[in-house]
Design a protein around this ligand. Structure first.
Ligand SMILES: NC(=O)c1ccc[n+]([C@@H]2O[C@H](COP(=O)([O-])OP(=O)(O)OC[C@H]3O[C@@H](n4cnc5c(N)ncnc54)[C@H](O)[C@@H]3O)[C@@H](O)[C@H]2O)c1
Length: 380
C-alpha cells in the first residue's frame, strides 16, 4: 500500500519505522508535519494531494476528524490514532464518512493486537474461571508520564482536544468491551477531578520554570523537569532528539520545563468509572496519574476462579485444580501491538469491504462508553 503519514511525531515515527522495514507491505508516498525534518510536506492537507492508497492519521487529537473525513473523501483507507474524535458528534461524522466512502477505518487500538492481551482474552474465553462476575482494571499513567502529557504537554487542556479519560482510557474501554463480549453497559457512574497540579498546591518559593526554582524546592519536587527528562531516560522517546544536550534544552526552553503548578492545565489527574453490564458483570476502571509504576493491571473474578494480570504475567487461580502462570512473550512497543497493527492494516484493507463498517463500529463502542462516563463525571 502507498501510504501518507499525517503527523510525524511519536506515533507517526513508529509507523514510519515499520513501513520502512517492510517495503513489501508499504511504500511511503508522503510525510506531513510542520516541524519534523523528515517530512516531505508541512501540512496534512498538502499530503492529501499525493496519490496514495491509505493514510495514517497520527495528528494531534483535534485534527483527527477533519483529516479522517478528508482522507475518506479521497477514497483512502485510514489507520486513525485514538481517539477517533474529540466528541461523540465527531465520531458520528467519521462513521458517516466511512459509510459514504466504504473504506477501512482502523483505530490505533494497538493493545488488541498485542500478544499479551490476545493471550489473556483467550484464557478468559476458555472458561477456566467460569462466568465473569467482575473486572477491576487500573490504568496507571505514572506521575512522570502524566506530568509530561496531561500537565505540561499536548493533553493538558481539554479545549485543545478532549478529556483525559477519552484520550487515555479509550484503550481501556476497548479492552473492557472486548472482555464483556458485546454485552450492553446498562448502568454507569463516574467521579474524578484535577486534584493536584493546580497553582494553590505549588510549594512556597516555586518559580514558573524548574531551572529558576530554588535548589531546595526542586530537590523536594518529584515533578522537577530536570529529574524527569535529564536524569531519567524513559520519557525521552517523546522527542525526536533524545541526547543529553537536547534534553537540557527541552528543560531550559520548552513548555516541558514549566513548573507543574503553573501550566494552565485543566485535564483531570484521576478518575474512576463504575459499570454494570447486561447479565450482571460489574467493572471498575481507575485512571491514575499518581502511580509510581506505569501500566495496566487487571483482576478478573469468575464463578470458578480468579485471574490477576499485571501486563507481564497472567496468573490463573482456579478454585479447583492447580494455579498457573503464563508469561506471554512481548517484543516491541505496546507489547508488539505497534508492529502487529501495521501488519494487520494492509491485510484488513485487502479484505472484503463488507467488513469495514463492523471494524469501525467495534471501535466506537469504547468511545461511546468513554464519552458517557465523562458526561456523568461532569454532571455530579
Ligand atoms: N495508540 C496509542 O497507543 C497511542 C499512543 C500515543 C499517542 N496516540 C495518539 O496518536 C496521536 C499522535 O500522538 P503523538 O504522541 O505522536 O503526538 P506528537 O505530538 O508526538 O505528534 C503529533 C505530530 O503532528 C504534527 N502536526 C501538528 N499539526 C499538523 C498539521 N497541521 N499537519 C501535519 N502534522 C501536524 C506535530 O508537529 C507533531 O509532530 C494522538 O492523537 C494520540 O492520542 C496513540
Amino acid at each position: 500500500m502507498r501510504i501518507l503519514i499525517l503527523g510525524h511525531g511519536v506515533r507517526g515515527r513508529t509507523y514510519e519505522q515499520y513501513a520502512r522495514a517492510h517495503p513489501g507491505e508499504y511504500e511511503i508516498a508522503a510525510i506531513a508535519d510542520p516541524v519534523s525534518p523528515s517530512a516531505t510536506v508541512r501540512d496534512w492537507t498538502d499530503a492529501l494531494e499525493t496519490p496514495a492508497d491509505a493514510a495514517i492519521i497520527a495528528l494531534p487529537d483535534r485534527l483527527h476528524c477533519a483529516a479522517a473525513k478528508a482522507a475518506l473523501a479521497k477514497g483512502l483507507h485510514i489507520l486513525l490514532e485514538k481517539p477517533i474524535g474529540c466528541s461523540w458528534a465527531e465520531c458520528e461524522e467519521i462513521r458517516a464518512a466511512q459509510a459514504a466512502a466504504r473504506r477501512l477505518v482502523l483505530t490505533g487500538y494497538v493493545l488488541r493486537f498485542a500478544a499479551y492481551y490476545r493471550r489473556l482474552t483467550e484464557v478468559l474465553r476458555s472458561g477456566v474461571i467460569g462466568e465473569l462476575t467482575s473486572i477491576h482494571h487500573l490504568s496507571a499513567i505514572s506521575y512522570g508520564k502524566a506530568a509530561h502529557a496531561f500537565c505540561r504537554g499536548n493533553w493538558a487542556r481539554e479545549a485543545d482536544g478532549t478529556s483525559t479519560l477519552v484520550q487515555k482510557c479509550t484503550h481501556d474501554f476497548d479492552l473492557i468491551a472486548w472482555w464483556a463480549r458485546g454485552k450492553a453497559c446498562t448502568r454507569m457512574a463516574s467521579f474524578g477531578s484535577l486534584m493536584h497540579w493546580r497553582p494553590q498546591n505549588a510549594p512556597a518559593g516555586a518559580a514558573a520554570r524548574c531551572t529558576d526554582c530554588p535548589a531546595a524546592v526542586r530537590a523536594a519536587c518529584p515533578f522537577d523537569a530536570h529529574r524527569l527528562y535529564c536524569e531519567r531516560t524513559d520519557l525521552r522517546y517523546h522527542f525526536p532528539d533524545e541526547s543529553d544536550a537536547a534534553m537540557e534544552k527541552v528543560v531550559a526552553e520548552s513548555p516541558y520545563g514549566r513548573c507543574v503548578y503553573a501550566c494552565g492545565n485543566d485535564a483531570v489527574d484521576h478518575q474512576t468509572v463504575l459499570m454494570e453490564f447486561d447479565g450482571g458483570l460489574t467493572v471498575t476502571l481507575e485512571m491514575e496519574s499518581f502511580s509510581a509504576r506505569r501500566g495496566r493491571t487487571t483482576h478478573f473474578y469468575g464463578t470458578r476462579g480468579e485471574i490477576a494480570a499485571d501486563g507481564e504475567t497472567i496468573e490463573i487461580r482456579p478454585f479447583l485444580g492447580a494455579p498457573q502462570t503464563i508469561v506471554p512473550a512481548q517484543r516491541g512497543n505496546h507489547g508488539g501491538g505497534d508492529r502487529e497493527i501495521m501488519s494487520a492494516f494492509a491485510r484488513l484493507a485487502a479484505a472484503s469491504p463488507a467488513r469495514y463498517a463492523g471494524i469501525l463500529e467495534a471501535s466506537l463502542v469504547s468511545h461511546r462508553l468513554a464519552f458517557r462516563a465523562e458526561a456523568l463525571r461532569r454532571d455530579v
